[in-house]
Design a protein around this ligand. Structure first.
Ligand code: APR
Length: 280
């Protein structure tokens, strides 16, 4: 899977101080038992018990039915809470420790698994937020609040929020409902919460970008890949299926699509990088 082209580009990046970046999505957490968004059983396919996903994943919906939205996220958190990182998360951490400042991890996943695997927070850019935090649903401040421990996680559609939980889920500053710290369909990327400017800057310093386990339906990842290509960087997509990126990379000399699960690919990549680092 790790072709000569990939090896040469990795060497070039390490010699010239270019970034070796990883852009990942829900596919890399699938082996940890977390549903993807658009695959079979995916969150956006199944939705909440009572509402369609595109409806519940919006600020507009939160503004009229905040408790429904909080219940849905408490259900999603019940799935991620006990999930453990898999080989993909661990290999990303290993690669980070091998190449240090050349490394950047841009993740769309809010599931805490990079953190649990030990990836460092300063090289992990969570561009869709983080389930471990809430923030004011009325934007009274930019403060992030750690997820309260005494909230019971919910099963899909059945459990209700208790009166006590409703009180705990209020902004300590203004008393409005707290919201999950995630990016919704009707919201925009920004630097403050989602590191938009930082990851765009990184994309322009990237010599090789590995895109793993994402369908590529969201705009910032699409721009990141195009930026890398426009600066003559190499883009490698690793996915079990076709994605937006398969089309983007078709017939591009500095692009390649590899049909594989992410974990065996990352295992091989880590071994190659290990060999490379010794020779430099
Ligand atoms: N290895 C590699 N790829 C995999 C694996 C695997 N083991 N399992 C699934 N995939 C691929 C699927 O083929 C699919 O292309 O992962 C991709 C998952 O796609 P989505 O479900 O669309 O998830 P993602 O791309 O992360 O979604 C992006 O959309 O609504 C938003 O905020 C949400 O962060 C999410 C964003």
């Amino acid at each position: 899977m790790i072709t000569k082209k990939i090896k040469d580009q990795l060497r070039f990046c390490l010699e010239k101080g270019k970034k070796i970046s990883f852009l990942v999505g829900a596919g890399i957490s699938a082996e940890s038992g977390i549903p993807t968004f658009r695959g079979e059983g995916g969150y956006w396919v199944v939705g909440s018990k009572n509402y369609k996903a595109q409806e519940i994943g919006t600020k507009k919906f939160f503004d009229v039915a905040s408790h429904e939205v909080l219940k849905f996220y408490l259900y999603r958190k019940s799935v991620t809470e006990y999930a453990q990182p898999n080989e993909s998360h661990f290999m990303l951490r290993e690669i980070e420790s091998l190449i240090e400042d050349n490394f950047a991890l841009i993740s769309q996943n809010v599931d805490s698994l990079h953190k649990k695997a030990g990836s460092s927070e300063d090289k992990t850019y969570l561009i869709h937020g983080d389930h471990d935090f809430l923030r004011c649903g009325d934007d009274c401040s930019t403060e992030l609040y750690p997820f309260p421990k005494d909230i019971q996680l919910k099963s899909r559609g059945k459990d209700q929020l208790t009166e006590d939980e409703i009180k705990i889920l209020k902004c300590p500053k203004c008393g409005e409902d707290l919201r999950p710290h995630v990016l919704w369909f009707d919201e925009y990327y920004n630097e403050k919460f989602f590191k938009k400017d930082t990851v765009l800057r990184i994309s322009k310093q990237t010599g090789i970008l590995f895109i793993l386990g994402t369908s590529g339906e969201t705009t910032l990842p699409q721009i990141i890949a195009k930026n890398v290509l426009s600066k003559n960087g190499t883009v490698i997509e690793v996915n079990i299926d076709d994605s937006y990126f398969s089309d983007l990379l078709k017939n591009k000399k500095n692009g390649m699509s590899i049909r594989s699960k992410s974990s065996p690919f990352l295992l091989e990549l880590k071994t190659e990088i290990e060999k490379l680092v010794i020779t430099l």
